[in-house]
Write a protein that binds this ligand. Structure first.
Ligand SMILES: [Zn+2]
Length: 95
């Protein structure tokens, strides 16, 4: 996997800032964070008995630079979810 370009990383950070993501770390209070290269993709099931993942929830990862606490931001609200990707729960495709 190639590392994300600085331009792409800056775009994600800009999108987060535009949405008011500016609070200090919820665990240690630090105000320094790092955007982690790569998406975290959560596999979702509607029933715990399901044998297969039914939906995917791709997310951007932000790590606190002091304590490492990680927070996730799903891509759809950031305008970063390609149309052919599964949508997170509660995000219905446009009519
Ligand atoms: Zn922290």
């Amino acid at each position: 996997m190639d590392a994300w370009t600085e331009e792409f990383r800056a775009d994600i950070v800009k999108r987060l800032q535009e949405r008011g993501v500016n609070r200090p770390c919820g665990r240690c209070g630090s105000e320094k964070f790092t955007l982690v290269d790569g998406y975290a993709v959560f596999g979702l099931v509607l029933q715990l008995e399901s044998e297969h993942v039914e939906r995917l929830l791709p997310s951007a990862c932000i790590a606190c630079s002091r304590c490492g606490h990680v927070t996730f931001h799903t891509l759809a609200p950031l305008g970063l979810l390609p149309e052919n990707q599964p949508l997170p729960p509660g995000n219905n495709p446009p009519a």
